[in-house]
Design a protein around this ligand. Structure first.
Ligand SMILES: NC(=O)c1ccc[n+]([C@@H]2O[C@H](COP(=O)([O-])OP(=O)(O)OC[C@H]3O[C@@H](n4cnc5c(N)ncnc54)[C@H](O)[C@@H]3O)[C@@H](O)[C@H]2O)c1
Length: 402
């Protein structure tokens, strides 16, 4: 059970965070910290500062005010506690202090915990790169009238994401007023609207002379941030020291895949078989009649009316296989590789177009493990190695693809 201290526990997000944690089986709020500890009734003790808190914890979650940072970071460092910092409105110096502390403890820091906004940031990066100098970019953010910081941390997150993708070429213009505020080149205009109970709306406009692309995100309710913080918590608890954001969390989701390992596999290769469908069909029929299931069938290109045919068999009677091949055609030559392990990795499409596959193959090479037959179709990869490499390959797969 992960024991959590919520900082800013009596605020709107602190309350939602406690409610969300109470719905889990693996987390428990052991204490809250708030400048006004008695403002609400809670199922856990609330202290006015971390210094007064007597409860032990495994994780800090902060939804409070930037001023709380000067107490939060030293406490987290002293107790070697991972911390999720969801508060917004930090100065550049405070952001530097967070990065410095992340050299000693795991820190998750993001201005927006929702998956949708982080996807919006990725789409904005692509759009900025796509349009280049053709488009003028404006961000309009809308929030409830209680919000104290402007522009919102999320508006800055979106602007920074685009700036990063464009080698820092943009400067930010916060609102416009007066008679000398004509739009400048390489400007991102950022505008804050406040009113009512708007949970959070971020609109990014790419304006060219001929068209306007608008990418908008609406937060329907604030629970999305508490659910995101919970997701971040589970992620952070598994990470070593370092600074993490939604980018790393989303990347870790993409890495997830399923792995199935089967032993007692064999690969049968028939050399220079007749390049005819009828030969292939006859051979498969014989196998079927004998109850032998050939899988992962791979046929080479034809050469002088002949082809090589490879297929895998799991736990089949290899003596019967030999007989059936010999009967299939006179003078046929074949090879059987026995004692193999078959790995089936099913993941998201991205795995097979990402650095993870390169890293996997590089590690196999470094460990002198040869792949005997490999097939990648869509989001599934199947390959074989000698059985003796099973543990090694399993560990490499866990580090890279699974
Ligand atoms: N990262 C995200 O996804 C995300 C989402 C929503 C809100 N936020 C941010 O979280 C913060 C809190 O938002 P909110 O709507 O709950 O605000 P809120 O004003 O309702 O709550 C803030 C709480 O923090 C307490 N507080 C203030 N200073 C403190 C201190 N030094 N130590 C301990 N507690 C202190 C206040 O008493 C209050 O109860 C804001 O910065 C907001 O922008 C971030």
């Amino acid at each position: 059970m992960t024991r959590v201290i919520i900082i800013g526990a009596n605020g709107a997000m602190g309350q939602l965070m406690a409610e969300t944690i109470a719905e889990t089986q693996d987390m428990q709020t052991v204490a809250g910290i708030d400048l006004f500890p008695d403002a609400r009734t809670n199922a856990f003790p609330v202290f006015s500062s971390l210094a007064e808190c007597s409860e032990e914890a495994d994780l800090l979650i902060d939804f409070s005010k930037p001023t709380a940072l000067e107490a939060n970071l030293p406490y987290a460092l002293q107790h070697k506690l991972p911390i999720i910092i969801a508060t917004t409105g930090y100065s550049a110096a405070q952001k530097q202090a967070i990065a410095k502390a992340a050299q000693e403890i795991p820190i998750f820091f993001t201005a927006n915990m929702s998956l949708g906004v982080n996807l919006q940031a990725m789409l904005c990066q692509q759009s900025a790169q796509f349009f280049g100098d053709l488009a003028e970019i404006e961000i309009i953010e809308k929030h409830h009238h209680r919000k104290v910081d402007a522009p919102s941390g999320t508006a800055l997150l979106l602007a920074d994401a685009m700036n990063q993708a464009m080698d820092g070429k943009y400067h930010y213009q916060y609102g416009r007023g007066g008679n000398d505020c004509k739009r400048q080149p390489n400007e991102i205009g950022i505008h804050a609207i406040r009113g009512g109970n708007i949970v959070g709306e971020h609109e990014v406009e790419f304006i060219t002379d001929q068209e306007i692309l608008t990418i908008t995100h609406h937060a329907e309710n604030r629970k999305v941030f508490a659910i995101g913080a919970l997701r971040a918590a589970r992620f952070l608890l598994k990470q070593p020291i370092g600074l993490y954001s939604m980018k790393e969390l989303l990347a870790s989701n993409n890495k997830k895949s399923r792995l199935q390992i089967e032993e007692n596999a064999a690969i049968v290769t028939v050399h220079k078989a007749p390049f005819t469908v009828s030969y292939f069909a006859r051979l498969m029929k014989r196998f079927a009649n004998a109850g032998i299931q050939a899988e992962l069938i791979s046929q080479s290109a034809a050469s002088q009316g002949r082809m090589d045919l490879s297929f895998s068999i799991i736990a089949g009677n290899l003596r019967t296989v030999e007989q059936l091949i010999e009967e299939s055609s006179p003078d046929i030559s074949y090879m059987i590789q026995r004692g193999l392990c078959k790995y089936t990795v099913t993941g998201s499409q991205q795995i097979f177009h990402s650095d993870a596959l390169n890293s996997f193959l590089a590690q196999l090479e470094r460990n002198f493990v040869d792949i005997l037959l490999l097939s990648v179709i869509g989001n599934t990869m199947v390959f074989f190695t000698e059985s003796e490499h099973r543990l090694q390959v399993g560990a490499i797969l866990a580090q890279t693809l699974c």
